[in-house]
Design a protein around this ligand. Structure first.
Ligand code: SF4
Length: 365
């Protein structure tokens, strides 16, 4: 395995309310916030003694990290700094637009926060209601202005595609908002009805779009974003040059990352492990569970989700041996149909085939 720097992911397991489509681990009872922050710092100290790596990305995700105070975030950041070597890190925090004005971003920026991922999801108030979000379009506009006036310009906005009642015009309005506000990064997720969520249990009460309609929204969004100069660098991610998420690139490159918090997953030194989805256990006696991996297949699968595809050069750097010929042979089948590009060194799914990438990838690996 190659030696990479380390990314740290902090899972913040609190939300004011549960959105009906979401299956991320979070609780609406915030009473254990203080104990949670202490447990995160304790775990960072423990891992700092075991992992000798330089941290170059830190990502606060959730849940809703913006329910922590600026002082909580700074306490966690200081603990990372005290326990790991640090090199010019990208530090991202997911923010709910309803919380922006309550956080001291100037202070956070001073302590290193330099990127925000804003859970906008839509600029249409009726769709935001359907999604059970606690913010409206005005909150998104205010948040963007507020972040910029605090000196944070590296902003990513999420949009959900396939929300009941959504139209192409809604997507266009969202993209235009991003363009006119200089937003350099957009994540566009197709609405998936996850088992166990309120949407899943009440499917018949909602007019969800068909798979074909969802595909049309995705294609529409990809084209609209491309026209506005956003590069489609991963199936769900779009960026202006140089604004790709360094932290997320670690996931797709199988670089090392340490996830801390209940439900957080890690990949360090070729080993995958995770904390259980249980806040109390995390606070009282956090232990990680190990899981099996097939790094060769995972590397190929994740690399094929990106615009760069999988290259022999990177594969060899990571795995220590050449990308087996059999993957090239299988990929050739799709090349004939224009779905894939193959060269001696690279297999890459064409952007226009991203929508069917799951099928292509499962055939190749
Ligand atoms: S979508 Fe975000 S805010 Fe909504 S429940 Fe899930 S983690 Fe919480």
């Amino acid at each position: 395995m190659s030696k990479s720097n380390l990314g740290i992911y902090i899972h913040v397991p609190f939300c004011r309310g549960k959105c009906p489509y979401c299956d991320f681990y979070s609780l609406t009872d915030e009473s254990l916030k203080g104990k949670y922050v202490s447990a995160v710092c304790r775990e960072i100290e423990l891992w700092g003694k075991k992992i000798d790596k330089t941290v170059d990305t830190i990502y606060f995700g959730g849940g809703t990290p913006s329910l922590l105070s600026a002082d909580n975030i700074i306490q966690i950041l200081n603990t990372v700094i005290d326990n790991f070597k640090i090199s010019n890190p990208e530090i991202t925090m997911e923010i709910n637009p309803a919380d922006t004005e309550f956080l001291d971003f100037e202070k956070l920026r001073h302590f290193g926060l330099n990127r925000v991922s804003l859970g906008a999801q839509s600029m249409n108030n009726s769709q935001l209601k359907i999604l059970g979000r606690r913010h409206n379009a005005e909150d998104i506009k205010k948040s963007v202005n507020f972040l910029k006036s605090s000196g944070i310009n590296n902003i990513s906005l999420d949009i959900i595609l396939g929300v009941p009642e959504q139209k192409n015009e809604d997507i266009e309005e969202f993209v235009n908002f991003c363009l006119s506000n200089g937003i350099p990064h957009i994540s566009a997720y197709m609405l998936k009805i996850e088992e166990g969520t309120p949407y899943y249990f009440n499917k018949e009460n909602w007019k969800f779009c068909s798979d074909d309609e969802l595909a049309d929204f995705y294609i529409y969004a990809c084209e609209a974003l491309k026209k506005c100069g956003y590069s489609h660098y991963e199936i769900s991610n779009f960026a202006k040059g140089g604004f790709e998420s360094k932290h997320n690139l670690k996931y797709w490159d199988l670089d090392d990352y340490l996830g801390i918090g209940p439900s957080a997953h890690s990949l360090v030194g070729g080993k995958r492990f995770y904390y259980e989805k249980n806040l109390k256990k995390f606070i009282d006696n956090a232990r990680v569970e190990h899981e099996k991996t097939n790094l060769e297949k995972e590397f190929i699968m994740l690399a094929l989700r990106t615009k760069w595809g999988v290259t022999n050069t990177k594969f060899k750097q990571k795995m220590g041996y050449d990308l087996p010929k059999t993957y090239f042979e299988k990929a050739k089948k799709f090349e004939k149909h224009g779905l894939i590009e193959c060269s001696e060194n690279r297999i890459k799914i064409n952007e226009s085939s991203f929508l069917v990438s799951n099928v292509i990838i499962s055939e190749i690996i």
